[in-house]
Write a protein that binds this ligand. Sequence first.
Ligand SMILES: [Zn+2]
Length: 149
Amino acid sequence: MNPPPEDQLELFPGPPENHGALDQMQREIRFVSETVATILDSLPVQRRPLSDSTKALHVRVTWLRRNGYCPCCQQLKVCTAEGKLAGAAEFDHWYARHRNGPEETWLVCASCNRSLEATHYKASIRSAFESYQLALRPFLTAGQAELFQ
Ligand SMILES: [Zn+2]
């Protein structure tokens, strides 16, 4: 027996009285998937740590362009010439906990990292972050090897 032509294929097989149940099931599946999406949206975003290469980049840029001082307060050493973290150095996620790229993070002292949790303080320091990012940019575009000599 040949299969029925395409225009005769039913989207929902079975007798017509089953179609209402299928509609109902579709509505319920849609409700469940929307609910799951809402739950996922409300979950706290996972903090994504910086990659080793991003950390190394910040250490080098901070050493070469900020003499190893915290680019936020300019007062505490946060890294050494040997590429090591110094004192209470921490990597700050400027935009959000899950945004961990070099242009979204920087190396600051622990004290600044705490202060940056306050919105008004963060707003006051934005220009320092942007200035640091301007210093970082050539390292991103030129490739790290050349500038790291
Ligand atoms: Zn600082």
